[in-house]
Design a protein around this ligand. Structure first.
Ligand code: SF4
Length: 243
């Protein structure tokens, strides 16, 4: 079986626990204004990679991943658009004794294939773009129908969730946004950790290289005080690890 893959990172340290082999899948169905992987959007780009070859590559580096719950993370793009491939991959990763993680926005239909992948997932890295319907559409170009269904579904799984929230000045950083985020976190028993990720401009170069205008031109990263305000408020109000 083959998957369409953008790139792989062999020593990932931020996409789940331990050291991780991170696979960036090609293709995304959102259009985030601040996307730092703009070159993953087109589902026909990237390279076709054979499942067994990929597993061999991971196995050759297995020693790095076997400590501290390390393993393999699928990211993107939107990895769950290639669920059949990931389902086969996760079976083999578990046979190696490593953990599996899916980094997803949740903007996918809950097909049997997607549910099967989630049943084989040890960590869901859940990218929450905005909890406000208008802002969500503005940031991602899509409505919240799929993400709401996905969020409700994963709430009832035993899988650990690491929620990720990009703090974008003027889009996701108001006190109203913070209140909605805290309420959301407190509805879940399985959110273990929350990462508040300050918006940055490092992805801009990819847009420029593709000859596409960067939509957030001129927007500065959030102020340190507001990043700390978000982190401290969540720490005070929710039983989760906050980074
Ligand atoms: S979901 Fe991720 S890869 Fe897709 S557009 Fe948004 S930031 Fe980019």
């Amino acid at each position: 079986m083959k998957g369409r893959i953008h790139s792989c990172e062999t020593m990932g340290s931020v996409d789940g626990p331990g050291i991780r082999y991170v696979i960036f899948f090609q293709g995304c169905n959102m259009k985030c204004l601040y996307c730092h992987n703009r070159d993953t959007w087109n589902k026909n780009d990237g390279n076709l990679k054979d499942l067994d070859q990929l597993v061999q590559d991971i196995e050759s580096l297995q020693g790095f991943y076997s400590r501290d719950s390390g393993g393999v993370t699928v990211s993107g793009g939107e990895p769950l658009l290639q669920s059949e491939f990931i389902s086969g991959l996760f079976d083999k990763i578990h046979l190696l004794g490593l953990t599996t993680a899916v980094d997803t926005s949740g903007h996918v239909a809950l097909t049997p294939e997607v549910k099967l992948v989630l049943s084989k997932t040890d960590y869901i890295l859940l990218d929450v773009k905005s909890l406000d319907p208008v802002k969500h559409r503005e940031i991602t170009g899509v409505n919240q129908v799929y993400v709401n269904q996905f969020f409700s579904y994963v709430k009832n799984l035993n899988t650990k969730i690491w929620l990720r929230y990009v703090l974008v000045p003027g889009y996701t950083d108001s006190d109203q946004d913070l209140i909605k985020l805290i309420d959301f976190i407190n509805e879940y028993n399985n959110i273990e950790r929350v990462d508040i990720l300050p918006y940055h401009v490092y992805g801009k170069e990819k847009w420029t290289n593709l000859g596409i205008k960067y939509p957030l031109e001129g927007l500065s990263p959030p102020k340190k005080e507001n990043i700390e305000h978000f982190r401290n408020s969540i720490k005070d109000s929710c039983r989760v690890i906050v980074k």
